[in-house]
Design a protein around this ligand. Structure first.
Ligand code: SAM
Ligand code: DTB
Ligand code: SF4
Length: 338
């Protein structure tokens, strides 16, 4: 075992000598995060569960339901995405949904037990003409008693302020991977663009939801680089979605070898330890995982998931199945009695 791997997380933090090249002032070096990854699996998961219990009830989970409010035809070239106009994925593009249709889906999500409704649009960034309608969506979904989340691409400071005025609780904008791997996956924007939007969201007073995707052919060092970036945001994101790549035929990443499931669990554990108070969300890719693997993710500190039969353009485990899983685990849903 390496010397670093035997250190406590606090001691690891104190080993910091350099910061990643782009961004943030936080205390986690990539090396320190890699040292967590290098812990024996059982040790890592145990430590993550200890950290988890210091800040959360281990039998409670937060559920968010997703809706694609504007699908396909996106100008960006994200190599994992079904919605990019750069690749032929067979997806039919659709216009921005009317507010009433969004509300129908939100009511259904609430009736099924979700506490947060997350609306996603396949945009590089919203246009001025879109802002009124998306603001109405936020106001009216919130009025149903749901927390609101949106993911609309890049935001400038004014757009972030309008969404805050409408009552938006969370904005999702993923860093997706390490800065040095980003250019291999996305060519139409930079890592710094992502960080700038996160800063605009934070400055507007909206909670930040930011995470990444595993299984894109990245190395462990890249995964550690992503976690260090997220943990070093100051403050770190309130919500950290960890997606397992859903391979989409027609995209450049369609044939990439899947990540080892235990490496996925390690990443959840490392996210939990480095961001002790954040919700760590087991996100896309649950359909490709069996239940035992999902439970390992909960043990490693995941305490949120996407709930609902669909993600944005791909499917998710059926709600009935998820409810039965949570029941068998005696897990309670945040925001719901009984
Ligand atoms: N267009 C906006 C953007 O990119 O920020 C919002 C929607 S985008 C689909 C939201 C996130 O979904 C991406 O940042 C990525 O992390 C995740 N995602 C997209 N396609 C995925 C896939 N095939 N597998 C796993 N995660 C995916
Ligand atoms: C996030 O990190 N994952 C969600 C949400 N934020 C917007 C999206 C997952 C998309 C999976 C592929 C699809 O359904 O198109
Ligand atoms: Fe567009 Fe978002 Fe898909 Fe990238 S991830 S192509 S920005 S919808």
């Amino acid at each position: 075992m390496s010397t670093l791997a035997t250190l406590s997380p606090d001691a690891l933090r104190r080993t910091v000598t350099s910061t990643p090249s782009i961004t943030a002032s936080g205390p986690w070096t990539v090396e320190a995060v890699e040292a967590l990854y290098a812990l024996p699996f059982m040790e890592l998961v145990f430590r993550a569960q200890q950290v988890h219990r210091d800040h959360f009830d281990p039998s409670e989970i937060q559920l968010s339901t997703l809706l694609s409010i504007k699908t396909g035809g996106c100008a960006e070239d994200c190599g994992y995405c079904s919605q990019s106009a750069h690749f032929d994925t067979g997806l039919k593009a659709e216009k921005l949904m009317p507010v009433e249709e969004v509300l129908e889906a939100a009511r259904a999500a609430k009736a099924q037990g979700a506490s947060r409704f997350c609306m996603g649009a396949a945009w590089r960034s919203p246009k001025a003409r879109d802002m009124e309608r998306v603001s109405a969506m936020v106001r009216e979904v919130k009025a149903l008693g749901l927390e609101t989340c949106m993911t609309l691409g890049m935001l400038d400071a004014d757009q972030a302020a309008s969404l805050k005025d409408a009552g938006l609780d969370y904005y999702n904008h993923n860093l997706d991977t390490a800065p040095e791997y980003y250019g291999k996956v996305v060519g139409t924007r930079t890592y710094q663009d992502r960080l700038d939007t996160l800063q605009n969201v934070r400055s507007a007073g909206i909670n930040v939801c930011s995470g990444g995707i595993l299984g894109m052919g990245e190395t462990r060092a890249h995964r550690a680089g992503l976690i260090a970036q997220l943990a070093n945001l100051d403050p770190c994101p309130e919500s950290v979605p960890i997606n397992n790549l859903v391979p989409i035929p027609g995209t450049p990443l369609e044939g990439v070898a899947p990540i080892d499931p235990f490496e996925f669990v390690r990443t959840i554990a490392v996210a939990r330890i480095t961001m002790p108070r954040s919700y760590v969300r087991l996100s896309a890719g649950r359909e490709q995982m069996d239940e035992a693997l999902q439970v390992l993710c909960f043990m490693a500190g995941a305490n949120s998931m996407f709930y609902g039969d669909h993600l944005l353009t791909t499917s998710n485990p059926r709600t009935g199945r998820d409810r039965s899983l949570l029941e068998r685990l005696d897990m309670r849903v945040e925001g719901h009695e009984g």
